[in-house]
Write a protein that binds this ligand. Sequence first.
Ligand code: AMP
Length: 215
Amino acid sequence: MNLVFLGPPGSGKGTQAKVIAEQIGVLHLSTGDVLRDSVKKGTELGKKAQKYMEAGELVPDDLIVGMIEEKLASGELDNGYILDGFPRTVPQAEALRDMLKRNDSAIDKAILIDVSDEEVIKRLSGRFFCPTCNAGYNYPAKMPKQEGICDNDGTKLQRRPDDEEDVVRNRLEVYQRQTAPIIDFYQKASLLHKVAGEGSLQEITARLLKVIKEN
Ligand code: AMP
């Protein structure tokens, strides 16, 4: 099963992609996670991507498409996947379609997790993570036992630099301008499915699994 998860920043697509990939036994590939790891390790890709990420802008298409091409060539994606955070522009969606076609493959479904702008801003301003073990926390849905401290290792929690309010607003604008058009792209390809993204984590997982299992 080859899936694309779409949705604005803070729609919960990363959290859901992780849970669902485990349940259906496919790989979860988050381009945001790969890029953050590259920045942390100081790789060439990381050095090129950092300034865009910090401003809440998209990293240039050729860098991202090259990264996905490498993943496809490595065979890591051979047993199915959920793409989370890619594609983010129409040229990326077209490049993905063409790369897959060359391998006699295709996307089975593109699933949009639908959440309002208001809810997104509320969620992102309450999002924290542990810089040691990478655990994610969310006020008020998933609070640490002690405020501001990781349950697993006692590290002081941090906010992603791109979750600060002005950057969040820019990320939402970028989403509306550059990413929302791919909803239409997948609609025209008859691959689009929509799931309401407000509710408990478990409710949304159940809605997604239902759509994934439908013929
Ligand atoms: P995310 O964790 O998916 O919110 O991604 C964090 C940041 O990484 C984004 O704001 C972009 O700067 C960059 N990024 C991730 N995926 C892509 C992509 N497919 N195209 C361009 N930039 C991306």
